[in-house]
Design a protein around this ligand. Sequence first.
Ligand code: ARG
Length: 645
Amino acid sequence: MDNSTRYAALWITRSPIASRMGDWRLAAAWRDHVLHTHDPDTRNGTSMASVASLSASLQQRVSAALAAAVPSATGADPLLRRSDRADFQANGVLGLAKRQKADPRVLAAEVAAALPTAGGAGADGDDTIAAVEVSGPGFLNITVSDAAITRNLAARAADDRLGVPLKEHPGTTVVDYAQPNVAKEMHVGHLRSSVIGDAIVKILEFGGEQVVRRHHIGDWGTQFGMLVQYLIEHPHELDHSEDEGDTGEASMSRLDRTYKASGALFRSDEAFKERARRRVVDLQAGDPETVALWQRFVDESKIYFDSVYRKLDIEIRDEDIVGESGYNDMLVETCDLLEKSGVAVWSNGALCVFFDDIKGKDGEPVPLIVRKTDGGFGYAATDLSAIRNRTGDLHADTLLYVVDVRQSLHFRMVFETARRAGWLTDEVTARHLPFGTLLGKDGKPFKTRAGESVKLEDLLDEAVQRATAVVREKGEKIGLTEEEITANGVQVGIGAVKYADLSTSLGRDYVFDLDRMVSLNGDTSVYVQYAYARTRSIFRKAGEGQRAVAHPELPLEAAERALGLHLDAFGDTLAEVAGVYEPHRLASYLFHLASLFTTFYEQCPVLTADGGPAQVENRLFLCDVTARTLRQGLWLLGIRAPERL
Ligand code: ARG
C-alpha cells in the first residue's frame, strides 16, 4: 500500500459517519477528499535532525561574549532581534553597562571584540558572523555570513520537519473546541471555535505536545425532554424519506422542523409540557427507551455536523466528541464535593459559588449556579465535572477552551471554583482563549439581510463560489481543466474563510468581507497559496538536470538573504505561536514569507540566473525550502495549497 492509500484507509475508518453507517459512498467521498490533497502531515515525525536557527546560535554567541566582557554577566539576556540596519541587533549591552556603571559604547566594543567573526582572530573557523558594528548608544549590529544562511537552510531541507525541534518536555493539553449544539443549526461562532481550535491542535501536536481533543457538544439539558417526548408522540418525525435524501442539510431540516414543532406544543399545551418535564427526569435517570430516542437526535445531528466539517476540511473524530452528556454520571458527586468542602452554598434554593469581585450592576454578588432551584444541573456543573475528568483521569497539565468571548465570566467563575475545590492545582494551567464576533460590513454582528443568523453552510458555499470565480479567471490563462478549477475553488474559498479568521488576533472582532478575503493582493490566503503555486510552476519549467542544490560558497543577493533569514525563523515562530496560542502570528509569518518570495522572484531570475548552473541550483533550492515551509505552515492552519493556481 502506498502512503496516500494507507492514509486514506485511515481516514475511512476514522470518518465517524462513514464507519457508523457503513455507507460506502461516504467512505468513497472521504477517500477522494484525501487522495486529492497531499498532506505534509504524512511526512511528519520521520526525522529528528532539529536545527538551531541562526538567531538562536547568535543568541548563544552574544551571551558568551557578554560573559567574557563582564564575567558577572553570565546568563544576561543579549536582547537580540531582527533589525533593518543589519541582520540582527543586540541591545543587551545597554542595561548591563548601566548596572556596571560602565560606558555602554566602550562595553559594546569589548563585547564585539569577543565575538567570533569570519576570518577574525579566535574565530576558529566559526564563520557564522560576517561583521559586528557598534552603533548608537551601544547597540551591536550583527550581520551573518551568506554561507551560514545557506548552510542552515540546507540542514533544514535535509529534515522532514524542516529542522523544527520537538518540545523537550511535552505535556498533555486538552483543547475544548468545535462544540456545536445537537438539534441546532451551527452558526458563525462555531465556525471560529472550529477553525481556531483546529489550528491550535495541529500546531501543538506538530511541536510534540500530547493533545486530547474535546468537542464539548451541547447534547444535554431540559430541551431534550421536550424533543424526545415529541418524538414518542410523532414517531416518524426523524425518518429519512426518499425525496429528502441523506444529506447533512436534510438532517438539519428534519431536526429544525422537530425542534420548532415541539417548541410550539410545549408553549401551548400544558399537558405536553408536563409530559416533557417528566421525560427529562427519565432521561437523566438513564431510562433505556428515552436514551435510545435521545441518541437518535445526536446521531442525526452528527450527520449534519459531519457534512459541515467535511466542507470546512476539518477532521472531527468520533472518539473526541465528548459532549455535555458525557459527564452526566459525575454531576451529583461534583455538587456533593463542592457542598461538603464549603466551596458552594445553598442560596434561595440553588447551590451557588460566590466571588468577592464578581457583582452585578446592582452591586449584588453574581454567583455561579451549579444546581438550580428545580434540582436540575446547569452548564457550570458539567464544565466543573469535565475539569475533574480532564485533570484527574486524563492527567492534563493544560486545559484550553476555544470559546466565544461572551462566555468569559463563566470560565472565570468555573476556573476559580475548580481551584478552590482543588481540581485545578498550581501545576495545571486553565485558559479560556476567547474569540471575538464576526461582523457584517455594517459593523454589526453578521446577519442575513432579513436579520437572521447566517447558516454556516451558506457562508462556506458563497466563499467557494467567489473563490472559484477568481481561480477561473487566472486558471483559464494557465490552462487549468474544469476539474482543477473546481478543486482549487474549494481550497481557495475554504482557505480564505479560515485565513481571515486566523490572521486576526483572537480577541478581536472582524468584518466578514468576501471580496477582500479572496483578493489576490493583500493579506489573504490566496496570496500565500499563489506564492506556493509559483514555486511549483518554477519546478515544472525547470529543465532536465536543473536540480535544487544548496551552494553555501555562493554570495547571496539582498532578496535571497532576506528570504533565507525568514525561512530560518520558521521553527522559532512555531515555538512562539505554540507558547502563546496565537495562530495569527503564524499567518503573519506566512504572509511575510510569501511577500519575501515575491520580491525574490521579481529580483532574482531562477532558471536563467546569470551566475551559472550553480546559482540556478541554489535558487531552485531556495524555492524548494520556501515551498515546503509555505505548505507546512498553511497545513498547520488547516489550509491546503493547490499545485497550480
Ligand atoms: N456548546 C457551547 C455553545 O454553543 C460551547 C461549549 C464550550 N465549551 C465548554 N466546555 N463549555 O455555546
